[in-house]
Design a protein. Structure first.
Length: 115
């Protein structure tokens, strides 16, 4: 069975940066779309950013210009570079991958932005 494993979350001060990584294993061929969603306490899960196999990206308005999504198709890995972090970015971040009709989710990694 395929799985996605995230890493890179943690505690950072407002204005700081973090880089999340998500590696897919046991999923062949590579994922059509990879992305990041987040869920803050008491809120619904929302799309943060996504990227197709060909490199087409989509961003939520709230992170556009601050976050950058990228992927390494050879490694079946997706990254999220988060800059100028704000307290409202605090959430559990989930990696997501789509292959045909199959949807894969990671276990989530906590990102906390606080002074």
């Amino acid at each position: 069975q395929g799985q996605l494993v995230e890493s890179g979350g943690g505690l950072v001060q407002p204005g700081g940066s973090l880089r999340l990584s998500c590696a897919a294993s046991g999923i062949r061929p590579g994922l059509d779309v990879m992305g990041w969603h987040r869920q803050a306490a008491g809120k619904q899960r929302e799309l943060v950013a996504s990227i197709t196999r060909g490199g087409i990206t989509t961003y939520a308005d709230s992170v556009s210009g601050r976050f950058t999504i990228s992927r390494d198709n050879a490694k079946n890995t997706v990254y999220l570079q988060m800059n100028a972090l704000k307290t409202e970015d605090t959430a559990v971040y989930y990696c997501n991958g789509v292959l045909g009709i199959r949807n894969y989710w990671g276990q989530g990694t906590q990102v906390t932005v606080s002074s």
